[in-house]
Design a protein. Structure first.
Length: 195
């Protein structure tokens, strides 16, 4: 399977006072760079960031904008998939604020797409409460693209709605530093800094 990565980096970060959340450094590294490094380490190419242009992204990363700007995760996913085109079969769809995501974690999700003779449409981590972590998953591009084509509009649509009807593997991490932990608030940032 050829793996690409689409990193969603266009949110408003209202709970962080409007700071450019993807560029907030954890351990001295902006979170978006950590996510891109994990994806590259898992063998993903191309690497696409969806959101406003930013200085300091690694070379070779393609930056695109969702339409409409600020249209939410499905609008961003659609723009990212268009940028990937036919260069990959599966895509890691990742939030830009995952300081603990690793190449190993992305590999676990990719491996979960095939279970025996069964080919799944996607794989996501599930937290301790049983909630699917939609912004830390790996998906078959054609399955996502087919669902996007069925939407009247991508503006404001949730990832849960986009993935309705897809065969999704649920992966549990079961260790510390869950790769799906995202930094939405100052308290979240303090947690990762204190680790």
């Amino acid at each position: 399977m050829r793996l690409a990565a689409v990193v969603l980096a266009g949110g408003q970060a209202r709970r962080l006072g409007g700071r450019d959340k993807p560029m907030v450094a954890v351990g001295g590294v902006p979170m978006v760079r950590s996510v891109l490094a994990a994806a590259a380490g898992a063998g993903a190419a191309p690497l696409v960031v969806v959101g406003p242009g930013r200085d300091g992204l690694p070379g070779g990363v393609r930056v695109v904008r969702e339409e409409p700007p600020g249209g939410g995760p499905v609008a961003a996913a659609a723009a990212g998939l268009e940028a990937v085109g036919r260069s990959a079969d599966v895509v890691a769809l990742l939030a830009a604020d995952l300081p603990w995501v690793t190449a190993e974690a992305i590999g676990l999700l990719t491996d979960a797409l095939v279970e025996g003779d069964r080919a799944r449409d996607g794989a996501v981590f599930v937290d301790d409460g049983g909630r699917r972590q939609w912004l830390c998953g790996v998906w078959r591009i054609e399955a996502l693209a087919a669902n996007i084509r069925q939407l009247a509009s991508v503006d404001g649509v949730s990832l849960r709605a986009l993935t309705a009807g897809l065969d999704v593997a649920e992966v549990r991490w079961g260790r510390e530093r869950p790769p799906y932990f995202d930094c939405d608030t100052e308290e979240d940032l303090r947690k990762v800094v204190d680790e």
